[in-house]
Ligand binder design. Structure first.
Ligand code: GLU
Length: 283
């Protein structure tokens, strides 16, 4: 299997120093291993994606010296594939429509027991309100959720060197997924697939062997590992890197224009300066 990694930004805002670090780290790893480095445009959320940001991504990466192996994959070009996979999964009876809005979930979730968190990697842990609904009842304004209770009992985490078997002090067991993750969203209203569902299909489709991404996605990984198991996909190896933070110690976000690469470029920084700023070897 050829060492294959990827950088998968969403074209919803400018790339900042954190993106540059992630992209250059993954790119360096691919080149050191004579592997492939892929660029994927995660534009599943068409309401927030903009061509101008996609153009800026290409431009910033080229400026950084990051070169990618063609073709570029765009999620928006594969919507029918996500839907087909989702319908295949639904045939097993584990996918249900959900009309709950955030405030409904908050109201329905009884106060979590002591020591139990209210939030997991897919947002507020879903109390199961719509679990009894049939897939065929789906209305356009519904999301689709996966009923973990249907199969999680059979789940023997195939965690080894390829991914997290533990989340902090917790082992990622069936009970852990049920109590600390909850039924994940597979598709939001008006969208063919959720983030978790689309990325595991994309990574598998592109034969990604190594996912290099920030440690803010560590929790997302054990949910995605479960979905991979459910779909019979072979999991990549995950490498979670440290986050680049601002001077106040906060992680950078798309709205942090001050850290946008475009800003550094306009002020005359060089790609070597950026490597130094994020702590990557230069020269
Ligand atoms: N589009 C996702 C992001 O920018 C990709 C995350 C991932 O690596 O799975 O956060």
């Amino acid at each position: 299997m050829i060492f294959t990694t990827r950088f998968a930004p969403s074209p919803t805002g400018p790339l900042h120093l954190g993106h540059a670090y992630s992209a250059m780290l993954a790119h360096d790893m691919a080149r050191e291993n004579n592997g492939r480095f892929l660029l994927r445009i995660d534009d599943i959320d068409q309401s927030r994606s903009r061509p101008q940001w996609e153009r800026q991504i290409f431009d910033d990466l080229a400026w950084l010296g990051v070169t990618w192996d063609e073709p570029v994959r765009r999620q928006s070009e594969h919507l029918a594939d996500y839907t087909a996979t989702l319908e295949g999964l639904a045939a097993y009876g584990a996918v249900y429509p959900c009309s709950c809005k955030r405030r409904d979930i908050e109201a329905a979730a009884s106060a979590p027991q002591e020591g139990q968190p209210a939030f997991g990697p897919d947002g507020r842990i879903y109390p199961g309100t719509c679990r009894g609904r049939a897939f065929a009842d789906r209305k356009p304004e519904d999301a689709l959720r996966y009923d973990l209770s249907k199969s999680v009992g059979r789940y023997l985490p195939f965690f080894s060197e390829t991914g997290p078997a533990h989340a902090g002090e917790h082992e990622v067991t069936a009970a852990f997924l049920l109590n600390r993750v909850g039924d994940p969203v597979l598709a939001r209203p008006g969208m063919a697939a959720s983030y978790h569902f689309s990325v595991i299909l994309d990574d598998a489709n592109s034969h990604v062997t190594h996912v290099v991404r920030g440690e803010d996605l560590f929790e997302a990984t054990f949910l995605q590992r479960f979905l991979q198991w459910e779909l019979g996909l072979s999991p990549p190896i995950y490498h979670h890197h440290r986050l680049i933070r601002d001077d106040a110690g906060q992680r950078l976000a798309k709205r942090d224009d001050a850290r946008a690469l475009a800003r550094f470029r306009a002020e005359g920084a060089t790609p070597e300066d950026i490597r130094r700023l994020v702590g990557l070897p230069t020269g």
